[in-house]
Design a protein around this ligand. Structure first.
Ligand code: ADP
Length: 250
């Protein structure tokens, strides 16, 4: 097969982003195949979050191209919406609506954005709440749940929009340690189900278990990317080695 013609779910070419004068992302190139699981790591402030937020236009890039499912990300609102239809996102802070029940958090976007009938939206929401093992909490409010449970609801809520790609931005870093595993378990299951995933995380165990590729970023650049085995055993750059030494010694 001609590699040049491969269908990538996400294709980023020479993407650059500035915050004012500050050059936050420098010539980012990244191609993601359908079903691929990518873990993005690197020191705080290296641009990991900015990079994945650019993919669904939560941040705007100034130079270079981003294409998602063949749709170029530009100022055209139809393109932005088409891309957001493809891409679900899960944040460090779960961003659930506190005044809505778990079920209503999950059905809000399908009803209002996709114009889905309420009964159908609720049926789908319950399926995903089952998948994240929390169906019995459907009528509670987010504040009545633990952090790990809230994050699982946030994942279910994203899945209700039937995305083809999931972006995770440090989904476990705000959680108490005993709740990390339950969220990672949900992510592992999602990965095993074939979801295309980009995960910013410092959970290196998860990277080893699930990732097809680990990307290391520093100072706004992708420094190296490799399979977990190569990445952890034979990092190519001193910056990567230093980062791994630090993170793996904890
Ligand atoms: P990471 O996710 O790797 O911790 P971020 O993508 O959050 O890094 O941030 C990359 C850099 O961009 C940091 O130096 C950060 O201070 C800066 N930055 C992030 N968001 C903004 C913003 N809204 N305005 C100005 N600078 C920002």
């Amino acid at each position: 097969m001609d590699v040049m013609n491969k269908d990538y779910v996400i294709e980023i070419k020479k993407m650059n982003k500035w915050y004012g004068e500050f050059h936050a992302l420098k010539d980012i190139n990244l191609k993601v195949e359908k079903g691929e699981k990518i873990v993005i790591c690197g020191p705080s402030g290296s641009g990991k979050s900015t990079m994945i937020r650019c993919i669904n236009h939560l941040e705007e890039h100034q130079k270079g191209q981003i294409t998602v499912a063949g749709v170029p990300l530009n100022d055209n609102i139809k393109n932005i919406q088409a891309i957001r239809d493809e891409v679900g996102m899960c944040f460090q802070h779960f961003n659930l609506f506190p005044h809505l029940t778990v079920l209503d958090n999950c059905t809000l976007a399908p009803i209002w954005v996709k114009k889905m009938p309420k009964s159908e939206a609720e049926e789908i929401a319950m399926q995903y709440l089952e998948r994240v093992k929390i169906p019995h909490q459907a009528l509670k409010f987010p504040g009545q749940l633990s952090g790990g449970q809230q994050q699982r609801v946030a994942i279910a809520r994203s899945l209700c929009m039937n995305p083809n790609v999931m972006l995770f931005d440090e989904p476990t870093s705000a959680l108490d340690p005993e709740m990390v595993r339950e969220v990672l378990d949900v992510m592992v299951e999602l990965a095993e189900g074939g979801m295309t995933m980009l995960c910013v995380t410092h959970e290196m165990g998860f990277a080893k278990e699930v990732a097809d590729r680990v990307i290391f970023m520093d100072a706004g650049e992708i420094i190296e990317q490799n399979t977990p085995a190569e990445f952890f055993n034979t990092p190519q750059f001193d910056r990567t080695k230093q980062f791994l030494d630090q993170i793996l010694s904890h």
